[in-house]
Design a protein around this ligand. Structure first.
Ligand code: GLU
Length: 381
């Protein structure tokens, strides 16, 4: 349905066509320069959310701000981001405050806040992901508003999302949402950085994340408070899109930003290119992979036609993966074409690469399987 939306990004998130919405709020909107919560502004957001709830829309909130809030309380410099230990400590202190703010503001509208803290692994491991999905579904059924954040206190550099943009996109999949709105301190994606290029213009709708579009983004944040910048937002858009979810970046600097978005427009809408569902959508959004299987041009073309990945077209196997692990599949130019569940351990995959099916048995010492990665367990990205 969202494909009918052309110039009015906000229409894709109308309660009538988007029954479940994820709203992400960035640190620089939630916390002022002195490290205090911008309560009045946030109360306006909550009023918007309450209105949407009345219109029948279920809402999941992804709230940043724990590190920024905790840094002030602990007297840490650089907004609590000088080191991982500082960020972890700041988050532990700030998250308590953040939860209190959400409970008070939602409570004032008669709504119930439910805190859900997630690590990357909670959404990368299929079983844990399904568990998170079930918990969010139950909370929504019970009428509560889940308020999500990364569990920064236990997350380490290697195993963290690091930015709540991607967390929001991933959580949207787990929540079965059809839309994600990233409230931000920018009002959308511009063709160039508007701060130093007067010809820069905002794109209202992005139908495909081409290399040209990606070149428009940088990793810098305007405030230095959050962590993602536009690059993380595009990654989030890609992740959401792969699961058939529309995502918008919208200006959060105004009062009642969601009403403003709905009434006055603005923002950038990323339309989902295709609608992968269930396990395939989860695979497409995976961040961690256990290895990479590189293929030749013939195999790359076959994959694009929907075929399974056969060992004959494999030119290289990297990583220490086990059968059933998620692996990336790279084309001849090194670009990742997709992800799938490995049909073999890395050692056996390396042994049979380049071999046709009939030649594999003697090398393996057992009857070969139909494919190295079966089409049912493979998703192109
Ligand atoms: N999880 C971080 C926090 O609550 C924010 C991450 C981000 O900047 O996106 O402070």
């Amino acid at each position: 349905m969202v494909t009918a939306v052309t110039d009015t990004p906000a229409a894709a998130f109308d309660p009538a066509i988007c029954p479940r919405l994820v709203v992400k709020i960035g640190s620089s909107l939630l916390v002022d320069a002195a490290g205090a919560v911008r309560t009045q502004w946030l109360a306006g957001v909550v009023a918007d959310l309450a209105q949407r709830r009345q219109q029948g829309q279920q809402i999941v909130i992804v709230s940043s701000g724990a590190i920024a809030l905790g840094a002030r309380r602990l007297g840490l410099d650089k907004g609590g981001r000088a080191s991982l230990e500082d960020a972890q400590a700041a988050a532990a202190v700030g998250q308590v405050a953040l939860a209190g703010v959400w409970e008070a503001l939602l409570g004032a509208q008669g709504l119930t806040a439910a805190q859900v803290l997630l690590t990357l692994g909670d959404l990368e491991d299929r079983r844990r992901y399904l568990n998170v999905a079930a918990t969010i579904a139950r909370l929504l059924d019970l009428g509560a508003l889940p308020v999500l954040n990364e569990n920064d206190t236990v997350a380490t550099t290697e195993i963290r999302f690091g930015d709540n943009d991607r967390l929001a996109a991933r959580a949207a999949q787990a929540a079965g949402a059809s839309g994600v709105i990233l409230l931000s301190d920018v009002d959308g994606l511009y063709t160039a950085n508007p701060a130093n290029d007067p010809t820069a213009r905002r794109l209202a709708v992005v139908k495909a994340l081409t290399p040209e579009i990606e070149a428009m983004a940088t990793g810098e944040t305007r405030s230095g408070m959050g962590s993602g910048g536009m690059a993380a937002k595009l990654l989030a858009a890609r992740m959401a899109g792969a699961a058939g979810i529309a995502l918008a970046i919208c200006d959060g600097r105004v009062e009642r930003p969601l009403s403003h978005f709905a009434d006055a427009g603005g923002g950038t809408l990323f339309l989902p290119p295709r609608t992968a569902r269930g396990k395939k959508a989860w695979l497409a959004g995976r961040i961690l992979v256990a290895g990479t299987i590189s293929v030749d041009a013939g195999a790359a073309a076959a994959l694009k036609r929907g075929a399974s990945l056969l060992a004959a077209g494999v030119v290289r196997v990297d990583g220490r993966f086990r059968r059933g692990d998620v692996v990336a599949i790279a084309g001849p130019d090194g670009a990742v074409l997709g992800r799938g569940l490995a049909g073999y351990d890395a050692d056996d995959a390396a042994r049979i690469m380049g071999l046709r099916n009939e030649a594999q048995g003697p090398v393996l010492g057992y009857a070969p399987r139909a494919a190295l990665v079966h089409a049912d367990h493979l998703v192109l990205i």
